[in-house]
Design a protein around this ligand. Structure first.
Ligand SMILES: *Cc1c(COP(=O)(O)O)cnc(C)c1O
Length: 398
């Protein structure tokens, strides 16, 4: 037998973390890494945040799971807090991002169905998008590396170029249900939607009776310095998916919707055994308590600005290597010059400089630190990054 016990779908690297402390990860042999990846934008409060740890431990001892057949004081409380601070009127809790995406797609289809337009089932989605790995979510992206070999996929998706409003509008037809788009593309290459693009999609939805679904699984929940990335654009979606930072390491996601958009989601139309269980809700409450502390989001904005400024100073010193900075707040990416080199550079930073970052599409590497990052971590990150840039020998380095 050659297959590993863990199904070998990930190219796992040599970092084998066994412990975390704030912005650091500690490996099996005691080696320390500065964690500027944060579990891919998940560990918003870093590792071992005392409030989150305590909330989970206390709730685990009190009540971990009950069926959604019973009333949920825990779910009602967190849902109400999210409703109070967002465009949404209602929330469905999930255990992951992709489950929130599935709920969003179903909500959009049901909306048009109960409106008497069952033929309006198609979503316009975007090239380079990432919405997760279910059959529905891979159908919603045009990326062959995620789709190949899994056909037939779910019908009902048309793909436009990201930030190409004209192209997206040209795809609207009698069967269109709406748009589904990341406000800031993450995996695809850390590209923020332009104001014209995001506002233009909103306007088209209003004009044609379509639904705007924003995927803020990576860019939402404070990551860009605002609670929701859509706040930068002065618009609101009809449906939105959230995950990653909402549980800050505890598996939790959510699909948010307006009352109008959710009007098809009545008793029996959707469900999840674990979704919204008391343990997950306790984690979610603790995360939100920290994010809602006065000054927390200002801190994210400030640290994001510092990090960006530091990168801007770094680029001219290594202009053979780096091309541009992308993203927003503490969701930053650096595009590299030499083709297809970002993965090797991420490996080099990791193996030779103890710095964890994440590769993305379009030859970008991502810097997604815990939102609790301090100036000292930024200084350390920049020092390691500039050393790494100096010692990087090119694609064959590792
Ligand atoms: C991570 C991510 C997902 C998928 O989330 P999972 O929890 O892995 O299912 C979907 N959309 C975006 C934008 C993401 O970054």
């Amino acid at each position: 037998m050659t297959i590993t016990a863990l199904m070998p779908v990930y190219p796992r690297c040599g970092v084998r973390p066994v412990r975390g402390e704030g912005c650091y990860l500690i490996g099996e042999r005691g080696e320390r890494y500065l964690d500027m990846a944060a579990g891919i934008a998940v560990n918003a409060l870093g590792h071992g945040h005392p409030k989150l740890v305590k909330a989970i431990a206390d709730q685990a001892a009190t009540l971990m799971h009950v069926s959604n057949l019973y009333g949920s004081p825990q779910g009602e409380s967190l849902a109400q807090r999210i409703v109070d601070m967002s465009f949404a009127d209602t929330v469905f809790f999930t255990n992951s991002g992709v489950e929130a995406i599935e709920c969003a797609i179903k909500t959009a289809r049901r909306y048009h169905d109960v409106n008497g337009n069952p033929e309006r089932y198609k979503l316009i989605t975007f090239k380079n998008a990432f919405h997760g790995r279910s059959l529905g979510a891979i159908s919603a992206t045009d990326q062959p590396k995620m789709r190949d070999g899994f056909e037939p996929l779910l019908p009902g998706f048309d793909y436009a170029r990201f930030n190409d409003l004209e192209g997206a509008l040209a795809l609207i037809d009698d069967e269109t249900a709406g748009f589904m788009v990341e406000t800031v593309q993450g995996e695809g290459g850390m590209t923020a939607g332009t104001p014209e693009f995001i506002k233009g999609l909103r306007k088209a939805c209003d004009e044609h009776g379509l639904l705007l679904i924003l995927d803020e699984i990576q860019c939402g929940y404070g990551r860009t310095g605002k609670m929701w990335a859509y706040e930068h654009y002065g618009i609101e979606p009809d449906i939105m998916t959230v995950a990653k930072g909402i549980g800050a390491g505890f598996p939790l996601g959510a699909c948010l919707a307006t009352e109008e958009a959710a009007k098809g989601m009545v008793i029996g139309t959707h469900g999840s055994t674990y979704g919204g269980n008391p343990l997950a809700m306790a984690a979610g409450e603790a995360v939100l308590d920290v994010i809602q502390e006065p000054g927390f989001l200002d801190h994210v904005t400030k640290m994001g600005d510092r990090l960006r400024q530091a990168f801007e100073q770094l680029i001219p010193n290594h202009d053979h290597l780096f091309e541009e900075i992308r993203g927003r707040g503490l969701m930053l990416g650096i595009k590299m010059k030499e083709p297809a080199v970002s993965r090797d550079f991420v490996a080099h930073l990791r193996d030779n400089h103890g710095l964890l970052t994440v590769a993305a599409g379009e030859n970008v590497f991502r810097v997604l630190p815990p939102l609790i990052i301090e100036e000292s971590h930024i200084a350390e990150c920049v020092e390691r990054l500039s050393e790494g840039a100096r010692t990087f020998a090119g694609p064959s380095d590792d």
